[in-house]
Design a protein around this ligand. Structure first.
Ligand code: 3SL
Length: 242
């Protein structure tokens, strides 16, 4: 049986790095980078380039790309978009290429590029994602982007949702994944209510962006399957050899 392990923070990614060549990885940044990427594809974005620095996005902006930049939860001044899924509407992204940099999510993607396949996961594409992982049947790493190398509730909770969906076909022995499943079971009846205690939700409140939380928890509202390959994220159906 294939296995599932959960990387609860980028700070311990190195413990898994040697094995990633033969494993699939799901990068998880529920609030909000991977949710926003799923929304962008749902609304017609053609590709998304995760970049390290706002300057990299700015360079692509000059070449006609949509440029999105977020730091510490806020839109970086001078960019077309920040990192709110509510801003990645059809009007703003349909048919467009997007360069994006965020505090944690884009960094996590770049860290695991050498994996067998890298998927972008969120509640918005949960079923699409788990169907594909089931179909592939490879060992799986659920990589939580966290917050500045620290553990967070929302990414681990989503790892628990994925592991729960896959538990019949995958071997789950890893303590982090078992804890993620327990966390998901505590929260699943009302994800929004459970996450009120999360540090990033408190940050949302202080930045007056708390309306994003509900959007980020809408299960299966963006049935897309973004994959990260050769430095760029595309939708799997538009990509022949993921
Ligand atoms: O860290 C990230 O990549 C972002 O998702 C953080 S924020 O939700 O935009 O604040």
């Amino acid at each position: 049986m294939p296995t599932i392990e959960t990387i609860i923070s980028p700070a311990i990614f190195h413990l898994y790095e040697e094995e990633i060549h033969h494993k699939n990885v799901v990068v998880i940044d529920i609030l909000r980078a991977t949710t926003t990427m799923c929304t962008a594809f749902k609304n017609g974005a053609t590709e998304i380039l995760p970049v390290a620095k706002p300057e990299d996005a700015a360079a692509l902006q000059k070449m006609g790309w949509i440029a999105a930049a977020e730091r510490h939860g806020e839109t970086v001044p001078g960019f077309d978009l920040g990192n709110s899924p509510q801003d990645f509407t059809k009007e703003s992204v349909n048919g467009k290429k997007i360069a994006i940099t965020t505090t944690n999510g884009t960094r996590a993607l770049q860290m695991c590029e050498a994996a067998k396949a890298v998927f972008v996961g969120s509640f918005l594409n949960l079923s699409q994602l788990t169907n594909e992982l089931q179909h592939r049947g490879d060992d799986l790493l659920l990589f939580c982007a966290g917050w500045k190398d620290k553990f967070n509730l929302e990414d681990t909770l989503f790892a628990g949702a994925v592991a729960t969906e896959l538990s019949a076909e995958f071997d789950i022995f890893d303590d982090a994944t078992l804890a993620a499943i327990d966390l998901y079971n505590s929260a699943k009846n009302d994800l929004n209510k459970y996450l009120q205690k999360a540090s990033h939700v408190k940050r949302f409140k202080s930045l007056h962006i708390e309306s994003d939380l509900d959007v980020c928890l809408k299960i299966d509202s963006a049935p897309v399957l973004p994959v990260f390959k050769n430095g760029v994220i595309v939708q799997m159906n538009n990509e022949q050899t993921a």
